[in-house]
Design a protein around this ligand. Sequence first.
Ligand SMILES: [Ca+2]
Length: 294
Amino acid sequence: MRYAAAALAAVLFTTGAAWDPEEPPSAVSVKVKPGTSKGTGKLTPIAGADRLVAPLGVDPACPATIKIGMRSDARKPAYATMNVEVDPPLTASRTMLTSYLPPGYELGAKLLVAVPPETKEGTYGLRLRTTDKTLSVPVDVMPVDRLDNGGNLALRRPVTASSQHTNANYPPCSVVDGDRSSNGWAGGNGWNDATARAWPDTIAVALGGAKQISRVDLYTLDTERYPASRYGVRDWDVQAQVNGQWQTVAQVRGNTAGNARSDFAPVTADAVRIVALASNGANDYTRIIEVEVR
Ligand SMILES: [Ca+2]
C-alpha cells in the first residue's frame, strides 16, 4: 500500500492539467489547484454538467459522455473513493473512481453512459457518491428527433464510412456526437479511415428524412500535437443526396485550417456525404472530428 501511494503521488505531481486533451476518454487525469483546499475535510463529487442528454437508438460506439470527478478538501493526503450509480437499464463505464489525492486536488475522468435499445424515454438518475456527499445528475433519455440540435441536422444521425482504422477508437458516429473539439484524439472523438494514401474516402450522414440544407461545416483533426496543416483533411467535395442521387454542392481545396464552412444554394436532401480527396500528412489518412449540416 505504501509503495502504491508513493507511485500515485508521483503521477499526481507530474500530470499537470486536468482533462488532458491527449488522454483517452477512459483515462483518469488530475489537476493541481494550489492553495485552494478549504480544509473542510470533505471529499466532494463534481460533474461537468447539470444534466446529461442520452439519445435513444444511437450507435453504441458513441455513447453519451459526461465529465465526472471529485475534489479533496481533506487536511491530509489520503485515498479518495467515489461510487458511480446509474438507474437501470442505463449502464455506466465505471462504477467507482478511486485515487490517492492530496488536499486541494481534483481528480477527473470521462464517464460513458450507455442506453440499451429497449430503454423507455424519460429521466433517469446518475449519482456520484462519496462518504461526504451525493451529487445527482439527471439523465434525459429521448429519441434523436427530440434532441435540441441547435439547428445542426446531422447531430446524432446514422453515419456510414468507407472504412475505419482499428488500431484505436475511431468510430464514424463520432463525427456527429456534438463535440467539435479534437481533444482526446484516438479515444473515440473522431473518425480515421483505414486506407493510407488511397482516395477517395467517404463518410455519409443520413438526415432522418428530406431536409432543406445550404451549409456544411467540417472539423478536421487540429491540436497542438496534431495540427490540421500536417494531419487534417486538405481537399474534399461536399455532396447532398437529392432524390436518390448524390450531387456535389461544394468543394474545398487546399485547406490547412481546423474547420471549414461550405455554403451552397439550398437543396432538399436525405443525406450528406463528405468525399475526401487528400490530406496534409505524409501518411495521408482522412481524419474528421465533426460534420454539421444546416
Ligand atoms: Ca466529434
